[in-house]
Design a protein around this ligand. Structure first.
Ligand code: MTE
Ligand code: MO
Length: 404
């Protein structure tokens, strides 16, 4: 009798004698950790982490790609920092949880008979998009935060759609497994149950091999270490613990990280050109030299850059308010504007600024950063900085603002 499978499939038959080899052998999976209680507990943790990851990812996605029917507010200032930070952190925490869960339930791949009913077949098939989707999301997410763009598809679009497929399959899976989870978690273990998936191991934690408690400590410990050593990328005050995060929020020119340098964006010459002009295009369009821009009333904003890759760094910015420039050009308060970079190409050359952000007193066309002129890698001569806005939309090397 294969103990782990027996626990899972109770009264179902053994495979025929000729097939009882390899993973179909009676004693192929001796660990008592291949059991429904472990699978259920891991499933609850993993499902919760995945749920948070999905919802925060959805919010971040719609902040970066605003739908036509909703305009995001510019406050709270750090909302995107929290949604995207949680998204990346929970995604990373899923790695050990997913690995442990896959290991625990792996014997079920060999359950006999492979299909018992139509419902059973559907439930088993839904595992394919669930596992493939989960592995794909974690792998591409990690590749993205490490800036390892070896895939040929466009990350944001693919990551977004595979998230829906994965969460759909997760919904099917949770529905199918709810009874098993109920029977194995949160009740006294001697409760009568008609379910064949019921755990029969009377004394968890005794005998040879890793105990349930040991596995729990190992898995939550791994997830905890990953969270603790990466959350410093975006949580203020934790940067000293940021050992495994790809970014340190305080390393870079003017103590701020850089994603795309001026050299990579090929703007070094145009950005330093003394002939630089800022154009503001509205009902009363005008053009300013850098000296004229500096005469414009300057303000200070303490705002973070919050990158989609899960790092966020606070900084002190200085420059004219965007809304003052727009008022000077006669741009009405309800107008959306587009800021345009000196960059000749690239996905983040321009960005649209909707009224809540365009009119926010904290939104600047910054020319200064942390007490000095903006470094060229941070967008010299001028860059957009607005509250509650993904980093990809904080356009650098701005030379034109156009009313749409
Ligand atoms: N023109 C332009 N602006 C840009 C980018 C870009 O590639 N081109 N990258 C964006 C991204 S992804 C981020 S996270 C921020 C980073 O700003 P920083 O380099 O000053 O930290 O700039 C944004 N502004
Ligand atoms: Mo970014």
């Amino acid at each position: 009798m294969r103990p782990s499978i027996r626990l899972l499939t109770g009264r179902f038959p053994e495979p025929p004698a000729v097939l009882r080899r390899g993973p179909l052998r009676a004693d192929a999976f001796p660990s008592r950790l291949h059991d429904p209680r472990v699978a259920s507990l891991l499933g609850i943790w993993l499902g919760t982490a995945f749920g948070v990851c999905f919802l925060t990812g959805l919010m971040s996605h719609f902040m970066q790609h605003p739908p036509s029917w909703y305009v995001w507010p510019s406050r709270p200032v750090s909302l995107y920092r929290v949604t995207q930070g949680l998204h990346v952190t929970t995604g990373l925490a899923c790695v050990p949880l997913l690995l442990a869960k896959l290991w625990t339930v792996y014997p079920r791949l060999w359950e006999w008979p492979p299909v018992r009913s139509v419902a059973h077949a559907v439930e088993r098939l839904s595992i394919v998009p669930l596992i493939a989707g989960a592995v794909f999301q974690l792998a591409t997410g990690i590749a993205n935060i490490a800036q390892w763009y070896q895939f040929r598809f466009f990350f944001t679009v693919t990551h977004y759609w595979v998230a829906w497929i994965t969460i759909g399959a997760l919904g099917v899976h949770i529905t199918a497994k709810l009874a098993v989870v109920r029977a194995n978690v949160g009740r006294r273990r001697d409760t009568r149950s008609h379910l064949t998936d019921r755990v029969s191991d009377p004394e968890p934690g005794t005998g040879a091999g890793l105990s349930r408690r040991g596995l729990g400590i190992a898995v939550t410990g791994a997830a905890g270490v990953i969270v603790a050593t990466t959350a410093g990328q975006w949580v203020p005050g934790l940067s000293g613990l940021d050992l495994l995060g790809p970014r340190r929020p305080d390393i870079g020119p003017q103590r701020l990280p850089v994603n795309k340098t001026a050299v990579a964006a090929r703007v070094t010459a145009v950005a330093r050109d003394p002939g630089y002009r800022l154009g503001v295009v509205g009902p009363r369009p005008f053009v300013l030299t850098l000296d004229e821009l500096r005469v414009f009333p300057h303000h200070e904003s303490k705002l973070p850059i919050t990158c989609v890759e899960g790092w966020a760094a606070d900084a002190s910015w200085r420059g004219p308010r965007l809304r003052d420039l727009l008022d000077a050009a006669g741009v009405p308060a309800d107008a959306t504007v587009r800021v345009e970079s000196l960059e000749a190409g690239g996905a983040y050359r321009t960005s649209e600024v909707h009224p809540p952000h365009a009119r926010d007193p904290l939104t600047l066309l910054a020319t200064g950063l942390n007490g000095a002129d903006l470094d060229i890698d941070h967008g010299y001569p001028a860059r957009l900085i607005a509250p509650n806005r993904p980093g990809v939309l904080q356009t650098k090397w701005v030379h034109r603002v156009v009313m749409l």
